[in-house]
Design a protein around this ligand. Structure first.
Ligand code: ZN
Length: 254
């Protein structure tokens, strides 16, 4: 997909040259500008909600490796005192590892859970400090503060950080792009979404995450929801029966 930093100069050069033409050569109707502005807004909105388009930042949304049949589980928004331990128990029993994108303030609230996540071979990663619904309107420095505070509490809790960041809600924009580049963070997305935060049905979530599963997929769950804990054992069984390994180490190697 075309990068924002390239397209913005193209867009502004068209706009400015058209305005100059209209002022000094021949008047152009305002209606000409409406589709131009609409295309620009659609492009910005698409890029904001489609991390995989990589319009504002580079991201990893799948990790296919030649000769391997591996999938990567990710759990967002924890740690949660109720569901994170249940999920860790299931993962431990199945002997698989995952990535936990933790919210900074939850790390401060439940440090022992974060230590357990790391001690059991999983990756603890950064999912902002507050997970604010307004983070899409934050300045670059405010986004940087959210990321830096969370890096500090991760390092303070488990001693190190892989500098992996997942933007809350998967929302990206120019400020978030600048913040992750300035802090040298690796952005991790997903390509299989469970919708476990909105779905009411275990069957629907399980069907969604099992259909079309393929090598390298990054699957998004939330360790703050009962649904993720409820279907996890069945999902792991399905993946194993289909011949997949479930191992987060390809993320460590990025
Ligand atoms: Zn989240």
């Amino acid at each position: 997909m075309l990068k924002y930093n390239t397209i913005k100069y193209f867009f502004w050069s068209i706009l400015v040259s058209t305005v100059l033409y209209s002022l000094f050569v021949q008047s152009i109707s305002l209606y000409f500008f409406i589709p131009l502005v609409c295309v620009w807004l659609i492009y910005i909105l698409y890029g904001s909600f489609r991390m995989r388009a990589e319009i504002f930042l580079s991201s990893t949304c799948s990790v296919p490796k030649a000769g391997a049949t591996n999938i990567i589980l990710t759990f967002d928004d924890g740690p949660d005192p109720k569901y994170t331990p249940q999920i860790l128990d299931i993962l431990k029993q199945a002997q698989v590892t995952a990535v936990f994108f933790c919210i900074g303030k939850n790390i401060v609230a439940y440090p022992d859970l974060v230590k357990r996540i790391a001690a059991e071979g999983h990756i603890v990663a950064n999912h902002s400090y507050n997970h604010s619904t307004n983070i899409g309107s934050y300045s670059t420095s405010k986004v940087m503060t959210e990321i830096e505070q969370t890096e500090e509490v991760i390092t303070g809790c488990i001693g190190s950080s892989l500098k992996l960041y997942r933007p809350p809600f998967g929302v990206t924009n120019p400020n978030i792009g600048r913040a992750v580049r300035a802090l040298n963070m690796k952005v991790i997305g997903w390509n299989v979404r469970s919708f476990d935060t909105v779905s009411k049905s275990k069957e629907a979530v399980l069907n969604r995450v099992t259909s079309g599963l393929k090598n390298g997929d990054i699957v998004l769950f939330h360790d703050t929801k009962a649904l993720a804990a409820d279907i996890l054992a069945d999902f792991l069984l399905f993946a194993r029966e289909k011949g997949f390994t479930i191992d987060c180490s390809p993320i460590r190697e990025l």
